[in-house]
Ligand binder design. Structure first.
Ligand SMILES: Nc1ncnc2c1ncn2[C@@H]1O[C@H](COP(=O)(O)OP(=O)(O)OP(=O)(O)O)[C@@H](O)[C@H]1O
Length: 408
């Protein structure tokens, strides 16, 4: 990893507890809540770093520590070589000048045009009118809304407003851009456009981008590395592909499931078994284990006919990831040999057949990733062990021990 531009060391932020919402968080001092609870984390210069977590996890507080909108209760935050602890407002000013920020609700000045909004930080920084005009034109061009320079925010779409927000955040040449739920108010297509723009900000301008989100899709599409937050703590951290292709924590698995709807729910499985008489198996497709070509080769070698009946392959951090659910048709011996062959190349979940269904090991919880129990660790092969269907369970809706997931 290159030189860190942001470092948290055992960073803690406590707030005095007020109201019932905060009571569910573990109080560290009587009447206090730890929004950030001992975070140690380095964000490298030049990366797109994601902080993902559900509401209340502490994400916003964590980024507010970076631009010193909040100060740590304990531990330290170092930004671009400056330890923010105990700095005066005057000393914080230059640190803040090196950080741009964009928000979910855009926070544009309604009384100013797009150009006027982008010019605002330049006015505050004392730029001349000529320099401001040139810089504003350049920025609006960069974010793709030069034609909207004279429009007021009320006449702009959400995506256009966020482009103005990005241009404004970039105006004074920051080294860091903080994006707090910047796409959460946008539709999927506009989200994709804005994320592509943030990627350009990173690649073309070399700006470190820190993305705060509760959407896996955001991390999946642009982040190099990710921290998963829960109750003020970082519970998983690393390369986005590694974290999401082998999630260790239940919270991470939920995020993966929300983005990759590639694994059949129990209800879908029952229908698949009903429609397809062969053996139903789900195989993981990723860079480390099997590619679909490898999987098909194994089946062809064993003389087994494989039909794709469910699944999807997408990209996480620009690398392939997903799963395919196949119906295997052949003699019992051929199918057993094919299963053994598949196990050798990738993670496999054997769902059995309608006559002899197999349930997965997640017992009471649907494991959507194929890596093991909630809170457990994946087996060496990353495989899901299977056990025979419980006696007395009917193949269609009987007490199978499987809990209904989303019936997709
Ligand atoms: N100024 C504050 N005073 C008291 N408690 C606060 C304050 N700001 C945040 N909290 C509490 O700290 C915890 C973390 O909040 P934070 O906003 O950082 O989470 P988040 O992950 O960003 O969630 P969201 O996406 O809903 O904003 C929450 O329990 C919240 O109620």
């Amino acid at each position: 990893m290159s030189e860190p531009i942001i470092s948290f060391r055992d960073a803690v932020k406590e707030f005095p507890a007020r109201g019932p919402r905060r009571r569910r968080h573990r109080p560290q001092r009587a009447g206090a809540v730890r929004a950030v609870d001992g975070v140690t984390l380095d964000i490298a210069a030049g990366e797109v770093f994601g902080v993902i977590g559900y509401s209340g996890a502490g994400k916003s507080t964590l980024v507010r520590l970076v631009n010193a909108l909040e100060t740590t209760t304990a531990g330290s935050v170092v930004v671009d070589g400056t330890d923010l602890s105990g700095l005066s407002e005057a000393r914080l000013r230059p640190v803040r000048a090196g950080i741009g920020m964009i928000f979910q609700q855009f926070n544009l000045l309604r009384s100013r045009t797009a150009a006027g909004n982008v010019a605002y930080p330049l006015e505050v920084a004392g730029w001349s009118k000529a320099d401001r005009d040139a810089r504003v034109a350049e920025l609006l061009e960069f974010v793709g809304i030069a034609d909207k320079a004279d429009s007021y925010p009320s006449a702009l779409s959400g995506g256009q407003k966020q482009r103005v927000g990005i241009a404004r955040a970039l105006a004074t040449n920051p080294r860091i851009l903080l994006a707090d739920e910047a796409t959460s108010a946008l539709d999927p297509e506009t989200t994709a456009d804005v994320l592509a723009l943030l990627q350009r900000v990173n690649r073309e301008l070399g700006i470190t981008v820190v993305v705060i989100t509760h959407e896996m899709e955001v991390v999946r599409s642009i982040c190099h590395r990710v921290a998963v937050m829960e109750r003020g703590r970082v519970v998983e951290l690393g390369d986005a592909y590694q974290v999401f292709s082998a999630p260790q924590q239940a919270v991470t698995r939920r995020f993966v499931a929300s983005a990759l709807r590639d694994r059949p729910s129990p209800a879908v499985l029952r229908r698949l078994r009903g429609r397809h008489p062969g053996r139903i198996v789900t195989v993981r497709i990723d860079e480390v284990s099997g590619s679909s070509a490898q999987v098909m080769e194994v089946l062809a070698d064993r003389g087994v006919h494989g039909t794709i009946v469910y699944g999807g392959i997408t990209e996480v951090a620009e690398r392939p990831y997903g799963s395919l659910t196949l119906e295997l048709v052949g003699s019992d011996t051929e199918v057993s040999a094919a299963l053994a062959g598949l196990h050798a190349v990738t993670a496999v979940v054997d769902h059995g057949t309608a006559a002899a269904p197999l349930e997965d090991q997640s017992d009471g919880r649907r494991d959507t990733t194929g890596v093991g129990h909630d809170g457990g660790t994946p087996s060496a092969s990353g495989d899901l062990r299977v056990r025979p269907h419980r006696p007395g369970g009917g193949p269609f809706g009987g007490p199978t021990g499987l809990v209904e997931g989303n019936d997709r």
